[in-house]
Design a protein around this ligand. Structure first.
Ligand SMILES: O=P(O)(O)OC[C@H]1O[C@H](OP(=O)(O)OP(=O)(O)O)[C@H](O)[C@@H]1O
Ligand SMILES: O=c1[nH]c(=O)c2nc[nH]c2[nH]1
Ligand SMILES: [Mg+2]
Length: 167
């Protein structure tokens, strides 16, 4: 994440909020697939897995696969590489396939995913301006200098009261 800093702001997403936003994404996608509906969901690991589970449940899509993209840091540039492809028999060129990720930031991840499945529909829950053109459907946009904190990266912890003492 070093090449993506600095981030002035933080946008903290709870499980509950993530659930609501992923359901809103499913709602928006419903009926927008090809004739006969969406054939399959492909989650971009790992962040796309929870949203993909929620979307596939809401839209009753039983065929779910994954694509794994790893970002390598060469000096300051991250170069995403696909390290696990979805089943070619399932996804083909991507027609009728819904690709789901938690967010798009620079758009580099989606660039390589789109190249592998050019006809797929790309959906993310959150989007930042730079990567927005890479997404077909998303729910909430945040500014480029915002870091999104997801519930799987957080834990509840004690916070000092405003008045400065611990009791
Ligand atoms: O638009 P980009 O700048 O490419 O960034 C977006 C990607 O970065 C994060 O994944 P990450 O590579 O950190 O891996 P993870 O999903 O396993 O956490 C996020 O889940 C997106 O997949
Ligand atoms: O947890 C995350 N939050 C972000 O804002 C982000 N951008 C790229 N990758 C990210 N991961
Ligand atoms: Mg990811």
């Amino acid at each position: 994440m070093s090449d993506r800093l600095p981030h002035e702001k933080g946008f903290h997403v709870s499980w509950d909020q993530l659930h609501r936003d992923a359901r809103a994404l499913a709602w928006r996608l419903q009926g927008h697939g090809p004739e006969g509906g969406w054939r399959a969901v492909v989650a971009i690991t790992r962040g796309g897995m929870a949203p993909a589970m929620i979307v596939s449940r809401e839209l009753d899509i039983r065929t779910v696969d994954t694509i794994s993209v790893k970002s390598y840091n060469h000096q300051t540039q991250a170069e995403p590489v696909i390290i696990k492809h979805p089943d070619a028999d399932v996804v083909g060129d991507g027609t009728g396939v819904l690709i789901v990720d938690d967010l798009v930031d620079t758009g580099r991840t989606l660039e390589v995913v789109r190249a592998a499945m050019p006809k797929a529909h790309v959906a993310t829950v959150y989007a930042k301006p730079k990567g927005r053109p890479m997404v077909d459907t998303f729910i909430t946009e945040v500014s480029q200098d915002t870091w999104i904190f997801f519930p799987w990266d957080m834990a509840l912890q004690y916070v000092k009261p405003y008045h400065g003492t611990d009791d």
